[in-house]
Write a protein that binds this ligand. Structure first.
Ligand code: CP
Length: 330
């Protein structure tokens, strides 16, 4: 599959490009989202989480809507939770498999999604290795587009599920809370969405990691850069370990995973540095023994599996929001 390479959305980091895009039928990033908008989505996601816990029957809110899942990169959590969310809301769901489609014969991304839109797809959920690809599609379609992770840019529904998880743990209050994001900040779309959302809601964010994996100028996003991990963890309310994005990494950025685990990995000893109610997050997939020791993944302070459950609730809220905006525009 080829992209139209000259489009400005396809800059290595698409950040900033979407700030002026207001259409609620899309969700392309958290950068442009204000506090009220974030809280509205989290409130709705909270209701979906309660409905899931109470095993309430499925809704018909998206009856008649067709959702296409287009994943141009591997995924377990995001793809399956979008499918479960769309099904829970009564939508028709089609999955676009890159390897088995005409994209393998050289069709452009835009031609492919236009073909699918002609089949009356209403909402596209798109994961793509190119930063800005979902925004590029959104500029050319009447359908809604939800970014399911684009290159090194954003992963907004992951950011929202992280916010929902922390809001439940933090009893609704972000102001004055402190969180450390540790690891591969440079390649992490998860980090970018989390930083935008957490800062907008008033939390203090520190980033830490090997100097080769913390981009110069990251302070412009309103975060503090920690020179060393352990002092940064003292008394914080949460730590989020990030996956080493080997698929986006150039050679030579890391000496070895063993050294990374020693210097930047979160083990039980480091967890004890957090506030006594502090929690451990990870977006997954986890490299056990590298970003987190196995006992931390499965331990009392881990909210990793709760993040996964909240992912379904957040995606219900986001799909419903986009579908409502489409209906209003019709
Ligand atoms: N966190 C996340 O995006 O996981 P998947 O790659 O499994 O979707």
């Amino acid at each position: 599959m080829t992209l139209t390479h000259a489009h400005p959305a396809l800059a290595p980091n698409g950040a900033g490009r979407f700030a002026a895009r207001p259409a609620a039928r899309h969700l392309l990033g958290l950068e442009a989202m204000d506090r009220d908008d974030l809280l509205r989505i989290l409130d709705e996601a909270e209701r979906w989480r309660e409905a899931m816990d109470a095993r309430e029957p499925d809704s018909r809110e998206l009856a008649g809507i067709t959702v296409c899942l287009g994943f141009f990169e591997a995924s377990t959590r995001t793809r399956v939770s979008f499918e479960l969310a769309a099904t829970r809301l009564g939508a028709r769901v089609v999955t676009f498999s890159v390897g088995e489609s005409s994209t393998a014969k050289g069709e452009t991304l835009l031609d492919t999604v236009r073909v699918l839109e002609a089949m009356r797809v209403d909402l596209f959920v798109v994961r793509h290795p190119a930063s800005g690809a979902p925004g590029y599609i959104a500029d050319h379609l009447h359908a809604g587009v939800i970014n399911a992770g684009d290159g090194q840019h954003e992963h907004p529904t992951q950011g929202l599920l992280d916010l929902l998880t922390l809001r439940r743990v933090w009893k609704g209050r972000f102001e004055g809370r402190r969180i450390v994001l540790v690891g591969d900040i440079a390649h992490s779309r998860v980090a970018r969405s989390a930083i935008h959302g957490l800062r907008t809601l008033g939390a203090h964010v520190t980033v830490a990691g090997p100097p080769t994996l913390v981009p110069a100028g990251i302070e412009a996003l309103g975060v503090t850069v920690a020179p060393a991990l352990e002092p940064a963890l003292e008394g914080v309310d949460a730590v989020m370990a990030l996956r080493l994005q080997r698929e986006r990494m150039e050679q030579g950025l890391l000496a070895s995973t063993g050294e990374y685990a020693r210097e930047w990995g979160i083990d039980a000893k480091r967890v004890r540095l957090l506030h006594e109610e502090g929690v451990v997050l990870h977006p997954g997939p986890v490299n056990r023994g590298v970003e987190l020791s196995p006992d931390v993944v499965d331990g009392q302070r881990s909210v990793i599996f709760d993040q996964v459950t909240n992912g379904v609730a957040v995606r219900c809220a986001v799909l419903a929001r986009c579908a409502r905006a489409l209906a209003e525009a019709a």
